[in-house]
Ligand binder design. Structure first.
Ligand code: HSE
Length: 346
């Protein structure tokens, strides 16, 4: 059955997802029987479109590319322009709302209210914004369950690298006692470049120019980004009830060239490690710089890459390495959530 989707936000991630849905449409239908129809796009700056029978995605992409707005999309019978996000959530015929708005990472808004409105309208939500998921996990999960709908957020941790679905699906049956990861690309890039001789300031400037860093890079270098992500892992994979501000956090901004040199001389490498440990029913999480031995699989993860090791009682330690950000990778994370919702799988 065709899965009807509404896109809230049509920026980098939204357009990346639209391109994937366009270019992969035939293959997805032929290979996994997945067929998606985008019935609405609502963007605070670019305007909004709704058609219950579906929009022409390549036309919408072309018009936004040329004019920066959706206003030039041709009027056709049944097309409605100008709905805001809440109208789109409540009044569209979408099965799933993909939440990609420009959301304040500290307050989680407007995404948190969008999620509640969607769940109460019996619509699923897919999102990749870690702010609202790390802030309001239990509340949103409860409202989604009460309304019998799905809430998926694979892209919040390591974008399209399956850091959430792999342990929940492929490693199910294991007791995972510890999760240890490099969850922030900016800091890993900075540490890699400092080891190559750059100053902290120059390495940070490089990370910013390459687009790895958050709008406010303190979110990266002071460990907030990793703290938010580790909150999501603790709550989803370890079934903890941890608030993100309860997690001890230290960034990398105090590491000196002398610290880097000391690690080199001792066959170690500094990494910003996010860690969740489960002892009985107690779950502890923290984020901080650690000098780890070069033999540790995480030590070989260089540049902006992310990685995560799950310590499983049956399968042993399993390390997943991959991208932690990116337009296509994040678009993929949303696609895989949509596919699994449409086929009724986790
Ligand atoms: N600023 C983040 C990072 C992007 O450096 O990993 C992905 O959340």
């Amino acid at each position: 059955m065709t899965h009807k989707v509404a896109l809230l936000g049509f920026g980098v991630v939204g357009q990346g997802l639209a391109e994937i849905l366009e270019t992969k449409a035939d293959a997805l239908y032929a290979n996994v029987g997945f067929e998606a129809k985008v019935v609405a796009i609502s963007d605070l700056m670019k305007g909004s479109l709704y058609h219950p029978d579906g929009l022409d995605l390549s036309l919408a992409l072309r018009i936004v590319g040329e004019t920066g707005s959706l206003q030039g999309y041709p009027d056709t019978p049944g097309l409605i322009k100008g709905w805001d996000s809440f109208q789109t959530i409540r009044e569209s015929n979408a099965d799933t709302i993909v939440e990609m708005t420009f959301t304040d990472i500290k307050t989680g808004q407007p995404a948190i209210d969008h999620c509640k409105a969607a769940f109460e309208s019996k619509k699923n939500i897919v999102m990749s914004n870690k702010g609202p998921v790390s802030l309001a996990f239990r509340e949103l999960e409860t409202v989604a369950k009460q309304n019998g709908v799905r809430w998926c957020y694979e892209g919040t941790v390591m974008s399209g690298t399956p850091s959430i679905r792999m342990p929940l699906v492929s490693l199910v049956g294991n007791d995972i006692s510890e999760i240890r990861g490099i969850l922030n690309g900016t800091t890993n890039y900075i540490l890699t470049r400092m080891e190559e001789g750059l100053t902290y300031e120059d390495a940070l400037a490089e990370a910013q120019s390459l687009g790895y860093a958050e709008a406010d890079p303190r979110n990266d270098v002071e460990g907030f980004d990793a703290q938010y992500k580790v909150t999501i892992l603790a709550n989803t994979i370890m079934n903890a009830h941890i608030q993100r501000d309860e997690i001890a956090r230290e960034g990398i901004s105090k590491l000196t060239p002398q610290d880097i040199q000391w690690a080199k001389e001792n066959k170690k490498r500094w990494k910003l490690i996010a860690r969740v440990v489960k002892e009985g029913e107690h779950v502890m999480a923290k984020v901080g710089p650690e000098a780890i031995p070069l033999t540790d699989p995480l030590a070989g993860v260089l540049g902006a890459q992310n990685a995560i090791t799950y310590y499983c009682d049956l399968a042993g330690p399993i390390t997943l390495i991959g991208a932690g950000a990116g337009r296509t990778e994040t678009g993929f994370s949303i696609l895989i959530d949509l596919i699994n919702i449409s086929r009724g799988q986790l």
